[in-house]
Design a protein around this ligand. Structure first.
Ligand SMILES: Cc1cc2nc3c(=O)[nH]c(=O)nc-3n(C[C@H](O)[C@H](O)[C@H](O)COP(=O)(O)OP(=O)(O)OC[C@H]3O[C@@H](n4cnc5c(N)ncnc54)[C@H](O)[C@@H]3O)c2cc1C
Length: 364
């Protein structure tokens, strides 16, 4: 019996489990290690925060999905890997032996959340924090500072504001971005659109502002200026967990597991990685849920081919995938290459796309 261990219930592994359910393999035992039963889809997190979605709209029941594919789910978190012994070690103290392992663990928290601070990823942790924040906002005016002027920082800030406004709560929101502009990787039209939205909605924006420290409900910037904050939301983009590199897996300059075009570790052929944790040696594309899902198709194929001793297929990323950025109020902007559009119809486009994707992994 061969043992395949899937670490993390990310987008790519959803596709792997779905495929295993469709094409069961005799002589294969599959284990998924995932801390939560319900996997939050961060692409839909801003819509959930804003109040446009219910919990069930943006969560996948991993237990149910695994049930359809005879995959064992272990409710645990992997904290280490022994590549020589071929074992993964979990936070509970359990260890699991593998013949083949695949990592799809997304991004690590940008900052270890403590008290007044939280990171937007992982989504499950953010949602728990957000529930508490929303409760506090019922009884007092809150100051919320988002650190990071990329797409996730802007979306989450506008979505939090929309939700608090709808609930009749008063809050002051601001964004501190270390770059000279917000959304530096997007066309100028998209930047201008979001600068206008932030201005019109009274969200404070400080660009070229690097946070140096946070103490006594104050966010200090390198300019010497400061912002009052009851809560600080970190949205600094994807960051790699440290344990895969500590285990000796080859990593790129940012610590992401280095994989070739087949999504196989460049240092350990019995290990694959996909989604945010994978650093593709031959392609550099912004990390996204769309890529993670597309990688899942190739990952599923290659895991089975490896077990069958067959030649592997290559992953070819889309050359231009549109980035869809929401603005809290059922509006969104799309940008690809130098082009951009915005409006309520873009939000409906994203909404339809996200719901259709979720439906593939939902068990009736
Ligand atoms: C606010 C926000 C909005 C976004 N909007 C979009 C968008 O509109 N479109 C888009 O394409 N992308 C978007 N993204 C990016 C996208 O969500 C991520 O790129 C995507 O979720 C990555 O998928 P993944 O498969 O790598 O991992 P994820 O889907 O993040 O899943 C990883 C899972 O692994 C689990 N895990 C983590 N560590 C361990 C461990 N050690 N052991 C076991 N399990 C573990 C986590 O709990 C999590 O459930 C957005 C991100 C954010 C934060």
């Amino acid at each position: 019996m061969k043992r395949l261990v899937l670490v993390g219930g990310g987008h790519s592994h959803l596709e792997v489990i779905r495929r295993i359910g469709q094409h069961p393999s005799v002589g294969l035992h599959v284990t998924l290690v995932a801390p939560q039963r319900f996997k939050a889809c961060s692409d839909m997190l801003p819509g959930l925060i804003a109040g446009h979605y219910q919990h069930a709209d943006c969560h996948i029941d991993l237990e149910a999905l695994c049930g359809t594919a005879c995959v064992d789910r272990m409710a645990d978190t992997v904290v280490g890997l022994d590549a020589q012994q071929r074992m993964v070690h979990c936070a509970s103290g359990a260890s699991i032996a593998y013949d083949l392992a695949s990592l799809d663990i997304g991004s690590a928290a940008t900052y270890a959340p403590q008290g007044m601070e939280v990171a937007v990823e992982p989504g499950e942790a953010f949602l728990a924090y957000w529930d508490a924040l929303r409760q506090r906002a019922q009884s007092r005016v809150l100051h919320i500072v988002t650190v990071g002027g990329g797409a996730s920082g802007i979306e989450m800030t506008l979505s939090m504001q929309h939700c608090l406004n709808q609930a009749g709560c008063r809050a002051h929101l601001s964004i501190a971005a270390s770059n000279r502009t917000i959304l530096p990787e997007h066309p100028a039209h998209v930047r201008r659109y979001f600068e206008r939205v932030l201005r019109e909605r009274g969200v404070g924006l400080l660009t070229g502002a690097r946070v140096t420290r946070i103490e006594d409900q104050t966010v200090w910037l390198d300019s010497g200026a400061h912002l009052v904050a009851d809560h600080v939301v970190w949205a600094l983009g994807p960051r790699a967990a440290e344990w895969p590199a500590h285990a000796g897996l080859a990593a790129d300059e940012h610590g992401f597991v280095l994989v070739d075009r087949t999504l196989r570790s460049t240092s350990h052929p019995e290990i694959f990685a996909a989604g945010d944790i994978a650093g593709m040696r031959d392609h550099s594309r912004p990390k996204s849920g769309v890529h993670a899902l597309r990688q899942g198709q190739v990952l599923a194929e290659n895991l089975m081919r490896t077990l069958g001793g067959q030649r592997l297929v290559r992953y070819a990323p889309q050359r231009l995938a549109p980035a869809l950025i929401t603005s809290g109020d059922r509006h969104a902007a799309a940008s690809w290459g130098g082009l951009s559009v915005h409006g309520a119809w873009v939000w409906r486009w994203k909404d339809r796309r996200d719901r259709e994707r979720m439906a593939r992994y939902r068990v009736a």
